[in-house]
Write a protein that binds this ligand. Structure first.
Ligand SMILES: Cc1ncc(COP(=O)(O)O)c(C=O)c1O
Length: 361
């Protein structure tokens, strides 16, 4: 059922309680997309007007889904941090304040990062569900942090049942959270392409002290894991799920005794067909390892000799050429491209994918 929902389970659960306090008027939220989709679902049903502020690195598919569900989408910069007026959370809060001042009608900034309804929903919903499905035998829970609601809520529930449960953080390379867990300090946040997890601040919904251990996962490793999950298990999952899986696998390999380890498929990979499942996008972002030639060819993202570019010859009618250009970037276009990608990314069981650092998002 979850896979046919336009939202995704983690975020949908965190929505009803905050909405209960919205009491009419408008709703504003800062979101990587999925909380916005969950809000859009509920807002449409209840007749609220919803504005979501989304960093511009998020996938076209998520933005199109938000619009299709009636949300007003304000795209903002993804290269600025907390405190900057164009930072998505600061902007959403300001827009809510201004809307209320201008119209006198109530406008609620949901603020999933500090709203206690978010971890509470995971404490009451996701945690018990995991516990029940695992028959009360859970040794470790691996999660990422966007708002921190999943890790805080599920973590509190599992620890209440079994204080020995390990809470393992999977964090994108560039986020400040894993360095904070590992060493208690961190430098400035970097950038990463995985959507929905990783932070440049610690959300107040999450006490990082609950985290037992942390793994830093590169974009390349996260996307490789998500692609392998599809090819090997038939599960079409997003990049954050790939990061969680990669971290869970590393955690499992380090254990000396069998353990029951739980992680989450945070959202559907169909939201990223133009990104992590698109060979061209992967290549353009330096996420597919390639043999170096030591000359200018190293700078060419789409190589003609490998059939990666779009070309037209004088015999091709113009409308066909346009159609060809518009159809560019179709995910995993040919069997040979698919095979090539699978081979290039390697087997996760062997080496956990590539480690290339992509350019700034
Ligand atoms: C794709 C994806 N993965 C992971 C998360 C992280 O969940 P949380 O906000 O509970 O930390 C989110 C949250 O929006 C998400 O959209």
């Amino acid at each position: 059922m979850h896979s046919s929902s336009p939202t995704h389970p983690c975020c949908l659960r965190s929505v009803p309680l905050p909405l209960a306090s919205a009491a009419g008027g408008r709703i504003f939220e800062a979101t990587a997309g999925n909380t916005g989709l969950a809000l859009a679902l509920v807002a449409a049903r209840r007749g609220y007007r919803l504005t979501v502020v989304v960093p511009d690195k998020m996938s076209d598919e998520k933005i199109a889904s938000l619009r299709s569900m009636g949300a007003e989408v304000v795209l903002t910069r993804s290269d600025v941090g907390k405190g900057h007026p164009e930072y998505y959370q600061d902007l959403a809060e300001r827009l809510a304040r201004e809307a209320q001042e201008e119209t006198g009608e109530p406008a609620v900034f949901i603020n999933q990062f500090a709203n206690p309804a978010n971890p509470a929903a995971h404490f009451e919903g996701t945690g018990p569900e995991i516990w029940q499905q695992m028959g009360g035998r859970v040794d470790a829970f691996v999660a990422g942090v966007g708002s921190g609601g999943t890790l805080a809520g599920v973590g509190a529930f599992l620890r209440a049942r079994n204080p020995a449960v390990e809470l393992v953080l999977a964090d994108p390379d560039g986020s400040i959270l894993a360095p904070l867990v590992k060493s208690g300090s961190c430098g400035a946040a970097g950038s990463w392409l995985v959507e929905g997890i990783g932070e440049d601040f610690v959300p107040s919904n999450l006490d990082l002290k609950i985290v037992s251990s942390a793994y830093t996962v590169s974009d390349a490793e996260a996307f490789a894991a998500a692609r392998q999950l599809l090819l090997l298990e038939g599960v079409l999952a997003g990049g954050s799920a790939g990061a969680l899986l990669a971290a869970a696998l590393r955690y499992c390999r380090e254990q000396t005794a069998p353990k029951r380890v739980v992680t989450i498929v945070c959202d559907a990979g169909s939201r990223y067909l133009s990104k992590q499942f698109n060979d061209h996008w992967m290549a353009e972002n330096g996420l597919v390892p390639r043999a170096k030639t030591g000359d200018v060819r190293d700078l060419i993202a789409r190589r003609h000799l490998e059939g990666e570019d779009i070309w037209a010859n004088p015999e091709l009618p113009v409308d066909q050429a346009i159609r060809r250009e518009q159809g560019r970037g179709t995910a995993l276009k040919t069997p040979s491209a698919r095979e090539k990608a699978a081979t290039a990314l390697g087997s996760w069981a062997g080496r956990g994918g590539a480690q290339t650092r992509p350019p700034r998002a």
